[in-house]
Design a protein around this ligand. Structure first.
Ligand code: 5GP
Ligand code: ZN
Length: 135
């Protein structure tokens, strides 16, 4: 299903032009217009799924597979020093476009980006409680 009001549905299906790095029956990989680093790409399913909670398992697996291929190709072609594969869900996690997408962000030594979190602290009791809650 497509969502007529969704910009990523339109981009993924070619109704809005984009700089495409890869395309197959299910996915399109485009360059992000607000790149974190040189080559920042987005893996978009051509069907509309809002987020990781809604996307079927095989579609999620397929997106990761393509993200992996892109990261490998970026290493070869763009001479990257690393890659972050990031996928945001819901506003609290920084999702701004409610159509599932996997970021493939090439990293370069001293690229000045900060995508890693600030480590916190947790007691043994807190960690044990989480294990119990997740059972
Ligand atoms: P989110 O914050 O939802 O995880 O990521 C949305 C991403 O989509 C952002 O990195 C933003 O720069 C990118 N983006 C938003 N609108 C467009 C667009 O129309 N075209 C392209 N190529 N990227 C977009
Ligand atoms: Zn959509």
């Amino acid at each position: 299903m497509k969502d007529n009001n969704c910009i990523f549905c339109k981009i993924a299906n070619g109704e809005i032009p984009s700089r495409t790095l890869y395309e197959d029956e299910r996915y399109r990989v485009i360059l992000d217009l607000g790149p974190a680093t040189r080559g920042h790409a987005l893996v978009l399913p051509k069907e509309h799924f809002a987020n990781v909670y809604e996307i079927p398992e095989d579609w999620a697996a397929g997106a990761m597979k393509i993200g992996q291929q892109m990261a490998i190709r970026m290493k070869e072609r763009l001479h990257t020093d690393g890659a972050n594969l990031i996928q945001n869900n819901e506003e609290a996690a920084g999702q701004t476009v409610p159509h599932f997408h996997l970021h493939v962000i090439p990293r370069y030594k001293n690229d000045g980006q900060h995508m890693l979190w600030k480590p916190g602290k947790a007691s043994d009791e807190e960690l044990d409680a989480i294990v119990k809650e997740m059972e």
